[in-house]
Structure formats: structure tokens, C-alpha cells
Design a binder for this molecule. Structure first.
Ligand code: ATP
Ligand code: MG
Length: 367
């Protein structure tokens, strides 16, 4: 996928902006607080997702104005298409001039992956963010996964409520088996998909990371099911029966704490560099490179399934990376359209092919 042009009207600090990007690398540079991240945010919103800054719609409209518009012509699914979102009053969305019910209609039509410093939590924080990262990607590739996850969450909640109820109504204990089985079947299917996706993602991420680090370091990913030893080739039915076994074993503990101790809601994605946890031992540059490799790998995995690669939005990625890592990002991510923001002109002196834009007070000048 690639953007042919972007138009913004009263979006954040940009009154009226037009961008004609290059088909490969685009650099947007400028001082702090000029609107670089705002521009990436606008592009990201066209993918139908929520703002990666957690912004509410009203915050996106330029101060003192009533509405904001993001509109882009993009090449996707072998043709030029148009996406438009209007904020202010009721949010309105159009795809190819046809009014849509909601922004989620743009998901899968306009595809993007984004890296911003906030995403460093992916390696630094707890496992919930990593599970969400896997789940979000799998949802894009396997739409039925959205329903599976929702159902799992509902059953988990019901089982947890039942565990608590049993303490004052012991006769309910017999009904626990039904929930255990339901949870194990769904859990097995979720685990199977997550393990399969981790394998794909891991292969792409390892490849990208070795490029970023000039073959000096090795990145590996492992899906870690909580309290279970699984082999990569196991079927969802085999996993479900192991999960059930584990749930039955944990029953007295679960009853004591009123919560379900094993299952995909407890699992983790382990990220290692040269065999060691990047969370515990990685330097800042390594952690940043690892998250980048995961995001870029995600774009390749989605691209492989959907037939075209999402655009890549890299916000403030250059700082903390050494010269050879920056050079890799600028010149070796072929096959995708990329937008990179940075403050310092020196960061992209090695750019071989691409377009650079200077952002000042919400206005963009092509260099
Ligand atoms: P940095 O290099 O520090 O990351 P940046 O160029 O990425 O800077 P942005 O975050 O894109 O900066 O823009 C921030 C500016 O946008 C702030 O000065 C802020 O006041 C302004 N801004 C944010 N929302 C609005 C809005 N709704 N209306 C007008 N201006 C806004
Ligand atoms: Mg910024």
C-alpha cells in the first residue's frame, strides 16, 4: 500500500496541509512541537485504529475550529482509492466517496504499522502489552480470531465469578467442569494461533534485527504458555487437553484465589537478544531496535497475508540508535512506504533514496 497524497484541514496544529510523499522513504524533520507526530497520527487514524497517543476526537481539531478533516488518496488493492475522516459533531467516514458507518470500515483497507516511543513498553513493561500486540496482529490476519478472543474473555469472566460464588454455594462446584472444558477448547485454539503467528513473526523479526545490528546480534522470540510445556507442532486439540489437565490440577488454588491461574490470558511473548531477555538486560538502543524489528516484522507478516505491505510510521526512532542502525532504517527497508520523523538533519544524511520535508508550525515544505 502507498499514499499518493494526504490533505489535512484543521487537524491539530495544521490548518491546511498537503503532502505528496515519495513511494519509499519520507523524512519529516523539524524542531520540537512543530507537528511531526501530529502528521503521523493523522496517517495512522486512516487505518481505522484509535490514536496511538490515546487522544480523544475533540483534541484532534485545531484549537478554535469546529471540524477537522483527514483525506488521502492511496494505492491499495491494485487501484487508487480515497479515504476521508471528518471530526467535529458526529464523526463521518468515507471510503471511495461512499459514506461508512464507522472508522473500523477502513481497517484492512488502509493498513499501517506505527512505532512511537510509547511502544517501548512492548519490551519494558509486563506481558499484557505483548499479548495485545500479538492479538492485534492476528486479528488483522485472521478475522475470526476477534470473536474467539471475545468469547474467551466472557467465559473466563464467568468462570472467575463462579469460583468466587462456590465459596458460599459449594453445590455449584459441579458446574465448574463445563466452564473448564469450554475455556480449554477456546484456549487451545487461541494458543495454536498465537504460537503459529509467533513463529512467523520471529523469523521475520530475526531477519530484520540481524540487518539492524549488522549481523552482530541475534533476536529470537518465544511464545511462553503459562505453566505449560508445549511443542511447536502440537494441534489445538492436544493443547486444549493439556490446558484442561492444568486447569483441573490448579482447581484448589483457583478456588482459593477466585481466579483462573492458567490459560492464554497469563501467557507471555519472550524477546531475547543473544539468548538473554531484552527486558532485563537490553541496552536502550537494543530495546528500541527490538521493538522496531517486531513492528517491521509485523508489517511483513500482514503484508504477506493481505498481499500488500502496510505503510510504516516511525516516530522519533532515530535517537538512541547508532549510525549503522540508522543507515539500515533509511536504506534497507525496501518494499514499503515509510514515514520517519526526527529533529536533527544529521540523522538522515545517509539517505540514498527518498524525499525530505521540513515541518514548521504545522506547515510542511519539501526540500
Ligand atoms: P517533538 O519533536 O517534540 O516530538 P513534534 O513536531 O512531533 O515535536 P507534535 O506533537 O506533532 O510535535 O505537535 C505538538 C504541537 O501541536 C504542540 O505544540 C501542541 O500545542 C500542538 N497541538 C496539539 N493539538 C492541537 C490542537 N488540537 N490544535 C492546535 N494545536 C495543537
Ligand atoms: Mg513528536
Amino acid at each position: 500500500m502507498r499514499i499518493e497524497n494526504l490533505r489535512l484541514e484543521n487537524f491539530r496544529n495544521m490548518e491546511d496541509l498537503c503532502l505528496f510523499p515519495y513511494e519509499t522513504v519520507n523524512i519529516i524533520y523539524g524542531d520540537n512541537a512543530q507537528g511531526k507526530t501530529n502528521l503521523l497520527e493523522a496517517l495512522w487514524l486512516l487505518s481505522g485504529a484509535k490514536s496511538f497517543r490515546g487522544a480523544r476526537d475533540g483534541e484532534l481539531i485545531r484549537f478554535g475550529q469546529g471540524q477537522a478533516v483527514i483525506e488521502a488518496d492511496f494505492f491499495g488493492e491494485d487501484r487508487v482509492q480515497t479515504a476521508k475522516i471528518q471530526f467535529g459533531g458526529k464523526k463521518s467516514v468515507w471510503l471511495n466517496e461512499i459514506r461508512q458507518d464507522s472508522v473500523t470500515s477502513l481497517a484492512g483497507r488502509f493498513t499501517a504499522v506505527v512505532f512511537s516511543p510509547a511502544h517501548l513498553g512492548l519490551v519494558k513493561d509486563g506481558p499484557a502489552g505483548r499479548r495485545r500486540f500479538l492479538d492485534t496482529s492476528i486479528c488483522q490476519i485472521t478475522p475470526r480470531y476477534i470473536g474467539m478472543l471475545g468469547q474467551y474473555q466472557r467465559i473466563l469472566l464467568q468462570r472467575n465469578t463462579l469460583l468466587k460464588d462456590i465459596s458460599y454455594a459449594p453445590s455449584l462446584l459441579d458446574t465448574l467442569n463445563i466452564w473448564d472444558e469450554k475455556l480449554a477448547v477456546l484456549g487451545g485454539a487461541i494458543l495454536r494461533l498465537r504460537m503459529e503467528y509467533t513463529r512467523r513473526l520471529g523469523a521475520e523479526a530475526a531477519n530484520i534485527y540481524s540487518g539492524i545490528s549488522m549481523d552482530r546480534e541475534e533476536l529470537s522470540l518465544f511464545y511462553r504458555p503459562f505453566g505449560l510445556e508445549l511443542r511447536p507442532e502440537q494441534t489445538k486439540e492436544e493443547i486444549a487437553s493439556l490446558l484442561l489437565e492444568r486447569t483441573v490440577k490448579n482447581r484448589s488454588e483457583d478456588l482459593r484465589f477466585g481466579t483462573t491461574s492458567a490459560g492464554p490470558h497469563r501467557d507471555d511473548l519472550e524477546i531475547l537478544i543473544n539468548g538473554r531477555s531484552v527486558r532485563a538486560f537490553g541496552s536502550q538502543g537494543q530495546q528500541r531496535s527490538a521493538v522496531l524489528a517486531l513492528k517491521l516484522a509485523e508489517s511483513r507478516c500482514i503484508g504477506e497475508i493481505l498481499g500488500e505491505r502496510p505503510i510504516i510510521l516511525l516516530d522519533d526512532v532515530m535517537s538512541e540508535l547508532d549510525q549503522s542502525r540508522r543507515e539500515y532504517l533509511l536504506n534497507h527497508l525496501t518494499g514499503s512506504q515509510i514515514f520517519i520523523t526526527c529533529c536533527d538533519k544529521g540523522y538522515f544524511s545517509q539517505l540514498q533514496e527518498g524525499r525530505t520535508f521540513y515541518m514548521e508550525k504545522g506547515r510542511l515544505a519539501q526540500e
